[in-house]
Design a protein around this ligand. Structure first.
Ligand code: HEC
Length: 113
């Protein structure tokens, strides 16, 4: 876990040097690794039978920041679930508005690479 967090932080630094629009704050990367990676995977690749991938995911690529942020804040359970084949709900996760915004930016940029 630690080595891959460092690898991700390194990737973020490289993206910053390359002048891409968004390079995640290492704190955001750590927050993702601590709170999301167990289900969605360390690089957003998803986990078969548990949670969807973010990479190449239309909702993540094209969805608005508000829509995606709302999904993270409220979670999805029972009838709000979109992946009926995955038995797990998406838990409602609370965090500051700034953190949630940064997290959505991270899903939309670094985790699409
Ligand atoms: C306990 C496992 C679990 C954890 C932890 C978790 N998720 Fe999820 N997440 C899911 C599942 C399952 C779904 C699919 C829900 C559904 O059926 O619509 C999902 C869906 C999502 C979606 C919508 C994807 C889509 O294609 O519609 C987003 C965005 C998301 N999660 C973000 C996050 C973020 C960001 C975190 C960490 C802050 C996180 N999730 C933590 C299980 C999890």
């Amino acid at each position: 876990m630690k080595a891959s967090t460092q690898a991700l932080a390194g990737a973020a630094l490289l993206a910053l040097l390359a002048g891409t629009a968004y390079a995640a704050d290492p704190k955001v990367v750590k927050f993702y690794q601590d709170n999301c990676a167990s289900c969605h995977g360390e690089t957003g690749q998803g986990t078969a039978g548990l949670a969807p991938a973010f990479k190449g995911n239309k909702f993540i690529v094209s969805g608005s920041e508000a829509e995606i942020g709302d999904t993270i804040a409220k979670g999805r359970d029972a009838s709000s679930k979109r992946y009926k084949e995955l038995p797990s709900p998406m838990p409602a996760l609370s965090m500051s508005d700034t953190r949630r915004k940064d997290l959505v930016a991270y899903l939309k940029t670094d985790l699409q690479k």
